[in-house]
Ligand binder design. Structure first.
Ligand code: HEM
Length: 510
């Protein structure tokens, strides 16, 4: 009997020792290579928040960043047992993203859908953000060709019309509800749903024309689609050491229902356009039709359309409502921005595409707002060929292919070394075009940088700028309550709760 118990206990001990060894086997990886290591937890590695450890990924990165910044250019960390490098020096971030891009061509998200790319998650796999190697290059080139300044200039009337619809909707909302407080998260989603439905498929999404108490089916569907996709991100972030789990559980970003919905929408829109309807338009659908003529499949068209919708709808709206919220507590900056806008607007409220893009203070306010609330708060790149990192003090670190490198953009954006009083909204930091200098120094990465810089930056900015132009030229914006910011271990930092802002019509003296 005692022998049996002894044997059992022995087996349990050996099993525990094996698991312990498995989890900690690589924990000496960085020390052996001369890189200072942020001490990992046995089970959860350096980022316990990913596994429900009471914090978020961005907060966990922040703890390590604050402990080692200024002392090291980078530190070694572990995603459970998988070695990762956390960049602390913005110049090194610039090196990874720009000057040594060929050594870090892929992004960690490009490894997320390899198990399902030809099958159930075929549309997300067509997004450059989720693609690697030559496929990434092709998708980026094909998709990006429909987002050039020239194309956006030709499609500019879509944004002018959507901007007009936005302020009319706001006025209706105020009158019908007898209140000038509008929940602004919903407002911004209505606006981006309308603009993107029109630009991508040539449809009227109906999100700004119906009653304020109703949500159009396109907006509702797109909201559910994007929420599912974004909420899936933490699940994928948790599984890099056992990617087999993704296959076993058929993990996916886009549901089958949404795949079917957008496939039908794209097929119908393409058929209508082929029949000559809207043939004069120079929108994204026109670009998709050109791709089809060159041999792109219907699935490719859906993939490109959803790439634009994802950030054209969600990320752009997030940037916009964070910005309106921030301006709502900064009357001085709001007034300065309003003056710039009113001076630029012609009597008929018209402004050209070029003029809109040449308003310096508007750019500064957007850069400052994106610095403060970074809706994408970190990037993780993959080393794709052997390279080195100069750690300083004559130490050179060899980096092997497959090693991931995290760039903590949220922390860089909030580091007082680069941005004194980082929690204050001070667009004047970017006077005289300073934003591009900050980006070159690796400190301001709101759209990333280098060959994988945001593909839709111009569309995102156009969305945000047109809405701000129209709202601020007609309404004064004020906060009604303070909201907290938090991160869900997905990609970025978001405001919590309803973004109730007060909009008061301004009386123009002109
Ligand atoms: C204002 C809104 C937007 C913000 C703040 C934003 C931010 C970013 C950031 C920070 C990255 C770099 C991620 C990384 O390096 O890992 C990125 C990449 C990307 N963005 Fe955006 N984005 C916005 C709008 C858009 C829009 C409208 C599109 C539509 C085409 C888009 C499509 C993409 C794609 C496809 C990538 C991946 C690029 C690649 O890996 O080659 N984004 N975005």
């Amino acid at each position: 009997m005692w022998t049996l118990i002894g044997l059992l206990l022995g087996t349990v001990h050996v099993a525990f020792a094996a698991v312990y060894l498995y989890l900690t086997w690589f924990h000496g990886y960085w020390t052996k290579r001369g890189l200072v290591t942020a001490k990992p937890l046995t089970l959860l590695g350096s980022y316990p928040g990913l596994f429900g450890g009471g914090s978020s990924f961005i907060e966990d990165i922040g703890k390590i960043y604050n402990k080692y910044k200024g002392k090291q250019r980078a530190v070694g960390t572990f995603l459970t047992r998988k070695p990762q490098i956390l960049v602390l020096d913005p110049q090194l971030a610039h090196e990874v993203l720009v000057t040594k891009f060929s050594d870090y061509r892929d992004t960690v998200t490009s490894s997320y859908v390899t198990h399902s790319k030809d099958d159930y998650d075929k549309y997300v796999a067509r997004n450059p953000f989720f693609s690697a190697g030559d496929e990434w290059k092709k998708r980026r080139t094909d998709g990006g060709a429909g987002l050039t300044p020239n194309r956006l200039k030709q499609a500019y009337a879509i944004w002018e019309q959507t901007g007009e619809m936005l302020v009319n909707y706001m006025q209706r909302c105020i009158e019908e509800r007898h209140s000038n407080i509008i929940e602004t998260r919903d407002l911004c989603y209505r606006y981006t749903a309308q603009a993107m439905g029109d630009f991508i498929w040539g449809i009227d999404a109906g999100s700004l024309s119906g009653s304020p108490n109703e949500t159009s089916s396109f907006q509702r569907f797109s909201m559910n689609w994007v929420s599912h996709a974004f909420l899936s991100m933490p699940r994928f972030n948790r599984t890099p050491i056992a990617p087999i789990v993704r296959k076993l559980f058929r993990m996916r970003f886009f549901t089958q229902e949404s795949n079917d919905f957008y496939l039908k929408l794209t097929r119908d829109a393409a058929k209508l356009r082929q029949s000559g309807c809207g043939g004069e338009r120079s929108d994204y659908l026109a670009h998709l039709m050109q791709l089809q003529e060159k041999g792109a499949s219907l699935d490719d068209l859906v993939g490109h359309a959803l790439t634009v919708l994802m950030d054209g709808f969600e990320t752009s709206a997030a940037v916009l409502y964070h910005m309106l919220y921030t301006l709502g507590a900064c009357p001085e900056q709001q007034e300065k921005l309003r003056s710039e806008i009113l001076n630029a607007l012609a009597a008929d409220k018209h402004i050209s595409y070029e003029q809109l893009n040449a308003l310096p203070y508007l750019d500064q306010c957007i850069n400052e707002s994106m610095r403060m609330t970074s809706v994408i708060g970190f990037f993780i790149k993959i080393c794709t060929r052997p390279t080195t990192i100069d750690l300083g003090n004559d130490k050179i670190l060899k980096v092997e292919p497959g090693i991931t490198v995290a760039i903590p953009s949220y922390q860089l954006h909030h580091d007082e070394t680069y941005f004194p009083q980082p929690d204050e909204f001070r667009p004047e930091r970017f006077d005289n075009g300073a934003a591009s200098e900050f980006t070159k120094r690796g400190c301001l990465l709101a759209f990333g940088d280098g060959p994988r810089i945001c593909l839709g930056m111009r569309v995102g900015l156009l969305n945000v700028k047109m809405a701000l132009l129209r709202i601020l030229s007609e309404f004064k914006v004020e906060q009604t309550k303070k909201l907290s910011l938090s991160s869900d271990s997905g990609l970025g930092m978001y405001l919590n709760g309803d973004v109730d802002l007060r909009y008061t019509r301004i009386k123009l003296s002109k």
